[in-house]
Design a protein around this ligand. Structure first.
Ligand SMILES: Nc1ncnc2c1ncn2[C@@H]1O[C@H](COP(=O)(O)OP(=O)(O)OP(=O)(O)O)[C@@H](O)[C@H]1O
Ligand SMILES: [Mg+2]
Length: 330
């Protein structure tokens, strides 16, 4: 059997926390931050790792990158056990925690890069080439000479991303890489990651609260909650499974009473525009469009697809949760 690039089996992490319960009293409690995770990631995949606040995402990334020792379970990243082989692993992975500062606080950004270059023994040509690419793609030039402490969140995150990639890692672990970025910068980071994946085959595990990141980048997602996997599969399959009904929006030549078509139900009208909801499993969009055009003169049609936002909102709220075990999408 061949091994996947990242393998996680029965992974757990407990934290013991003490809480103040009175003037002199403290109670100890155990938090099961990661509670029995099993999954694997193949080389070249971009996997979205999502879940509500406190679900255990960052804790997982910390274990995968060797920062935290698991309470139980097995991890293999590129054939290495992260906590046993941290140095070796560091040469092969890139890590970004958007919420934490990893760069040297008092150094200008460019000096951080120089230091990393020496730490990772990146060749001079390679370094020059990579830095030039990142400067352009992430628009670093205006603040390359600025101490990290003076950077805005979005500037710092772009710097951190560069730092994570200067040594051409095979695997990127990105924990909220678009946090604090404006729309244009987000777009640039996404393009940048797609390019790294497409052109260099970089494998990416990506945590984010911005589902547009996921839509743009990941075909496959893992959803965790309370430290457990609740979905492992394709984004599209998730949408099909839990997505609200699809809606056909019809612009009629003239305003009309709600159309009556088999398989569809008019849920809203506004002048000549009508919204027809339908169940994609029962009738195809094509069949519905044919039925509509048979009974009315149509000027324009658009199809509203289920939105990932609403699907995920339902899942986080527990309304679309499978009763037992993770759902595996196809
Ligand atoms: N060092 C720690 N000591 C004690 N508890 C911790 C520690 N780190 C994390 N936790 C707890 O473990 C749980 C998972 O935290 P984690 O940071 O992994 O969540 P997350 O999914 O990354 O959330 P977010 O989306 O808010 O970043 C939370 O209940 C958190 O309070
Ligand atoms: Mg986190």
């Amino acid at each position: 059997m061949t091994m996947a690039l990242i393998e996680v089996e029965g992974l757990r992490k407990d934290f013991t926390v003490t809480r103040k319960t009175g003037v002199l009293r403290r109670a100890r409690a155990v938090v099961h931050a990661v509670d029995g995770l099993t999954f694997s990631v193949e080389r070249g995949e971009i996997v979205g790792y999502i879940g509500p606040n406190g679900a255990g995402k960052s804790t997982t990334v910390k274990m995968l990158t060797g920062i935290l020792v698991p309470t139980a379970g097995r991890i293999s990243v590129g054939g290495l056990v992260p906590t046993d082989r941290r140095t070796e692993l560091a040469r092969r992975i890139g890590v970004l925690f958007g919420q934490r500062v990893q760069l040297w606080w008092d150094l200008p950004l460019i000096e951080s890069f120089e230091l990393l270059r020496h730490m990772y023994r990146v060749g001079a040509d390679r370094y020059r080439e990579n830095l030039a690419t990142f400067r352009e793609l992430l628009e670093l030039d205006p603040f390359l000479g600025t101490p990290v402490r003076q950077l805005s969140l979005g500037q710092r995150v772009r710097g951190e991303l560069t730092a994570a990639m200067l040594h051409d890692p095979e695997i990127l672990f990105l924990d909220e890489p678009t946090i604090g970025l404006d729309i244009v910068a987000k777009q640039r980071v996404r393009e940048f990651l797609l390019r790294a994946n497409r052109e260099h085959g970089v494998t990416v595990l990506l945590t984010t609260h911005d589902l547009a990141d996921i839509e743009r980048l990941a075909r496959r997602i893992l959803i965790i909650d309370h430290g457990r996997l609740i979905y492992d599969g394709e984004l599209e399959a998730l949408k099909r499974r839990f997505g609200p009904r699809r809606v056909l929006v019809v612009d009629l030549v003239e305003p009309a009473p709600p159309l009556r078509v088999d398989g569809g139900e008019v849920v809203r009208t506004d002048g000549p525009r009508q919204w027809i909801a339908f169940d994609g499993d029962r009738i195809t969009a094509a069949a519905l469009i044919a039925a509509v055009t048979a009974v009315a003169a149509v000027r324009d049609l658009t199809l509203e697809e289920p939105e990932i936002e609403s699907v995920v909102r339902e899942i986080y709220a527990g309304r679309a949760r499978p009763e037992a075990g993770p759902i595996r999408g196809s």
